[in-house]
Design a protein. Sequence first.
Length: 187
Amino acid sequence: MREVVLYLQMTLDGRIEGPAGAMDWIRVDDDTWRVVGELQERADTAVLGRATYEQFLTHWPATATDPTASGGAGEHARWLEKTPKLVCSRTPHEPGWVNARAVPEAAAAIGALRAQPGGDVLVLGGVGLAQSLVTAGLVDEYRLLVNPVVLGRGRKLFGTFSERMDLELVSAEAFGSGVVSLCYRRS
């Protein structure tokens, strides 16, 4: 069975989205791209919420075809370009990016993917999507990059979760930027 890996940047106070959806607090460096690269090596499917997908669509396809794009960003762009993408959205729409298809029911689509052979399913964002997958018990691994900032406001990953969930710490690594990479698995 395939595993579902949730990769998110978050703040020290547990926010994965700032006020009005702001993401200007995220620190990205070579360590970040190393983690992303490790996750991409294991995954053969990307999953995004509609709003995150639309943000990606304005940046990553052009980066994938930019001959000057190098390093982690260039590798990520090229991986996204060739990798099948599921766009989870309750609003019907045409994704408009190569290898992308829209699915209305995230939990059902992810559950079906888990049962198929293949690599990991890498969930790259969307607050609502992440919360729905956590609530449905579909996340096998949490890869959280905790940024050294407290926002005080904004949406939290576990903001709507009301059940106890025990996790096992697999790894923890501090980056020079002050970001801490945490890897947890369901126990």
